[in-house]
Design a protein around this ligand. Structure first.
Ligand code: IFM
Length: 722
């Protein structure tokens, strides 16, 4: 048992949804929400599968939740021991981040229930739960373990044609409606021999019913093994699920647990930052690293991570720019294979991006704003529902948030610069950068009367201002994308034939000339008193305070953006925009310019997105604003400890875990507090350690070498590690 625990005392039904996120167990293949074992669909139980999507009727496509194979119900002397139905004398539940274990203890007086469960880090398809029941009274125990169909779906149902199988392992197979993907969940239970066993099937699932007479002081243990496969990973998903389940039951809970712990410890050793000096901060950082590391795809080499991780179907389980700009940095510095997987997902979905660009009348690659499998666009034209009229609101994220393609190019170039590894560029990455640059060539507005190239009708990171011209962040990212395309020739200067073949294959000759020209002429932002204007005309908007804008809300869940949003006509912004640009391109701006802009934009920022605070924190470190950096770090790192966050955009539920903040916490600690900077595979540090921290120590991989960075108030060192 580790010292890194978040345990909540007592049962509060209003916290069930939040706890489901906070206490999530995941392994990249699937995420098991942190609800208690007997939860029904109203409590949002789910085993969310990575990369498996389905559309029901004309509702939003979203990830599929598998039949719940760790469902358990306990009846004692005819009473159902269920939280919410039966009042416990004491209840606590939580997560041990150090061991990646969910733990729960509920005392009903007559029976004390303890459980421990995990989603295996050693075996992608396995989940285990140990239930230990201690009795204080004599009586009849009915222990029901099953595979529940009563699961959470936001826009479902997604599974049809259920088929049940009974035996030592029980199994449910069902197919998704749209693509007929087979999803199979199996379950085995190890229990004592003197237990009577029967089965039941109903519309809620299939169940194994175990009956046993118990006496006071008796302790009974049930070890439950669940497995999930789909036809995307096994030819016979049902057989595979049953076979693995039986194999793991034979292996036993203890050995499965030890294998899980060993795998998890390896991941933590390779990647985690140790923070000393402040226990609250250390736990928050541990929690955020737990959440990001536990959803990383390690079972596949071409998957990315959804914006709400594997905590459910929020945000349609889609991949956003969060992946490249917020998750990628931790992985590329510590586990480049995972970073590669995120980028391979983009390389493999290039055809989808080319198709999207063509649909809008452009050339090149316009990546999906909310990308699902095959790069399919999950973002709809109506992404918010108005709280007053209950009507969908036309939003323009899908068509106008064009910085997405450049964000991907930015990460591809960083991968090369940090690892020194050209292979990813060669295996499709270079082509992606070229196609993204080509998209921006065709998206440019050139004018007869002046030389500037504009990017009109766009949305920057601040989504409250739609359809603006020359968003400074977007234009800078586009220029970088074009510069990166031009750099490919230099990077592969020793392989001119390969480069010539790439240009030929991409048919890039004419675009190459345009690229050089446009890249030089992209409109620079307007600057007034050192402040970079977020987009053309931003300074003309009403300059009022955040409180004033908040005071204009008529409903707590009202959407601030869109046509009638309270922020749209003001300078109040949703999230870091100019400051995000300064965080991503630190060498472009002097400290004075960064400071002036920081003080201008921060009070005008709602931080209405979990992607915001970390950008302000990174720039605050550089400026030596360590009190501010500390507050923003704590806000970022503790987001999934505190739970909640912004849970509604209009009438749409947007809750879940916050991987972008989790990645942001790593960025603030490593790139901000330690000031780590890797150029051409060579690491350097420039510490800005807040007084609350006495020591930071963390592993990195730079230029192929495993190193350890240690920073204290006396300075910092980079040593070889392991
Ligand atoms: O990608 C973000 C976006 O910047 C703000 N809204 C939520 C998205 C997913 O996290």
């Amino acid at each position: 048992m580790s010292k890194w625990k978040l345990i909540r005392e007592g049962f509060n039904k209003d916290q069930i949804v939040t706890d489901g996120n906070r206490f999530l167990c995941a392994n990249g293949y699937m995420g098991l929400r942190g609800v208690f074992e007997e939860a029904d669909s109203k409590m949002f139980p789910a085993i969310t599968l990575a990369g498996v999507y389905d559309q029901y009727q004309n509702l939003w496509r979203e990830p599929v939740n598998a039949p719940h194979c760790l469902y358990i119900k306990v009846l004692f002397n005819g009473k159902e021991m269920m939280l919410g139905k039966e009042e416990p004398m004491h209840h606590q539940a939580g997560i041990d981040y150090g061991d990646a274990l969910y733990q729960r203890e509920t005392d009903y007086g007559s029976v004390l229930i303890r459980s421990e469960r995990f989603v295996s880090m050693a075996e992608a398809h396995l989940l285990c739960d140990r239930m230990e029941l201690s009795f204080r009274e004599d009586g009849e125990l009915i222990f029901i373990s099953g595979i529940s169909r009563d699961i959470w779906d936001i826009n479902g149902p997604h599974l049809f044609d259920y088929k049940a199988q009974f035996g030592e392992a029980i199994c449910i197979q069902a197919t998704t409606g749209e693509k007929k993907t087979l999803v199979a969940s199996a379950q085995c239970v190890a229990f004592q021999a003197d237990t009577e066993e029967s089965y039941e099937e109903n519309e809620k699932g299939i169940f194994r019913i175990l009956r046993k007479h118990v006496t006071p002081n008796e302790r009974v243990i049930f070890d439950i093994f669940g497995t999930v496969f789909t036809s995307m990973d096994a030819l016979q998903a049902g057989d595979a699920a049953i076979a693995l389940c039986m194999e793991k039951m034979d292996r036993g809970y203890e050995r499965c647990l030890q294998e899980h712990l060993a795998a998890w410890r390896r991941i933590q050793k390779e990647s985690e930052i140790n923070l000393e000096g402040n226990e609250e901060a250390a736990l928050a950082l541990k929690a955020s690293q737990y959440h990001l590391n536990s959803i990383a795809p390690r079972h596949a080499d071409n998957l990315s991570i959804p914006a709400r991780g594997l905590s459910g179907q929020t945000y349609k389980g889609a991949i956003f720019w969060d992946s490249e700009i917020f998750f990628f940095p931790m992985f590329v510095h510590t586990q480049p294979e995972v970073a590669k997987s995120l980028l391979r997902y983009r390389i493999e979905t290039l055809p989808g991006a080319i198709k999207k660009a063509a649909e809008y009348g452009y050339r090149g690659a316009f990546y999906a704003w909310e990308s699902q499998e095959g790069g399919e666009e999950g973002c709809t034209n109506f992404n918010v529902v108005d709280v007053f009229t209950h009507r969908p609101v036309r939003t323009y994220f899908r068509d106008k948030q064009i910085h997405i393609s450049a964000d991907i190019a930015y990460a591809l170039r960083s991968y090369y610069e940090i690892t020194g590894d050209r292979s990813l560029l060669k295996e499709g990455g270079a082509r992606v950068i070229l196609e993204c640059a080509r998209f921006y060539i065709s998206r440019a507005s050139c004018h007869a009367d002046h030389d500037d190239v504009d990017y009109a009708d766009v949305i920057g990171p601040d989504e409250y201002h739609e359809r603006v011209t020359n968003n400074a962040f977007t234009n800078r990212m586009i220029r970088y994308c074009m510069e990166s395309a031009l750099l490919i020739e230099t990077i592969f200067s020793d392989q001119p034939d390969w480069f010539a073949a790439l240009m030929k294959e991409a048919g890039f000759d004419k675009d190459w000339r345009l690229l050089r020209e446009i890249c030089k002429r992209i409109k620079e932002p307007n600057i007034k008193n050192n402040i970079i204007e977020q987009f053309d005309g931003y300074f003309d908007l009403e300059d009022c305070s955040l409180d004033t804008v908040r005071g204009r809300l008529c409903h707590p869940r009202e959407y601030w953006g869109g046509d009638h949003g309270v922020a749209g006509t003001t300078q109040i912004i949703k999230q870091a925009d100019v400051i995000a640009m300064m965080a991503l391109f630190p060498d472009d701006f002097s400290d004075k310019v960064v400071a002036d802009n920081w003080y201008y934009y921060e009070p005008r920022t709602e931080h209405g997105s979990s992607l915001s605070a970390c950008m302000y924190a990174l720039t605050a470190c550089r400026l030596g604003l360590l009190d501010k950096a500390w507050d923003l770090f704590m806000r970022t790192a503790s987001i999934d400890v505190i739970g909640g966050g912004k849970e509604w955009a209009g009438e749409i539920y947007i809750g879940g875990t916050h991987p972008a903040s989790n990645g942001g916490a790593w960025m603030i600690a490593a790139l901000g507090f330690a000031g780590l900077n890797i150029k051409n595979g060579q690491p350097a540090i420039c510490p800005h350690l807040p007084e609350q921290i006495t020591k930071l120590s963390f592993p990195i991989i730079a230029g192929g070498k495993r190193l350890r960075v240690t920073v204290t108030h006396d300075g910092g060192v980079i040593d070889s590690d392991f």
